[in-house]
Design a protein. Structure first.
Length: 132
């Protein structure tokens, strides 16, 4: 269409895209499928409800779970954070045995950085076993 051409006059909507008959058939089919599904579920429910002797007894441990105590609320959040940070700092800045049998020791972070600066990182070993 050019700049001066007028669109063809007609009904004002697209006539060829949607078929009313096809939409009605689809809607009726969907409604029938929903009703059939609901009837099948109803029949299955009554079938299984009428035959409780065919199913094994639940485990005696099934109800042994302790009752729910509710959510663990953090009442003193700032104090809890300070305590947690203090505990983390104590671990990071102290020495202790991790596994005495294997001679594994935890050292303070500052000392580990100093040792790493003195000795350097270990050399990377290639897959073939040779150093680069």
């Amino acid at each position: 269409m050019g700049m001066n051409e007028q669109p063809p006059r007609g009904r004002g909507y697209e006539e060829g895209d949607a078929s009313f008959k096809a939409l009605v058939k689809w809607g009726v089919g969907l409604a029938v499928a929903v009703v059939v599904s609901a009837l099948l579920m109803f029949a299955l429910y009554h079938y299984f409800a009428a035959r409780p002797d065919k199913f094994p007894e639940p485990s005696p441990m099934a109800g042994a779970r302790p009752p729910y105590a509710g959510p663990k609320l953090q009442v003193r959040a700032p104090q809890d954070l300070k305590e947690w940070l203090a505990a983390e700092d104590a671990v990071l800045n102290s020495s202790a045995w991790v596994d005495p049998d294997k001679a594994i020791v935890r050292i303070p972070v500052k000392r580990a950085i100093e040792l790493l600066a003195e000795r350097g990182l270990p050399a990377k070993i290639e897959e073939g076993g040779a150093k680069p």
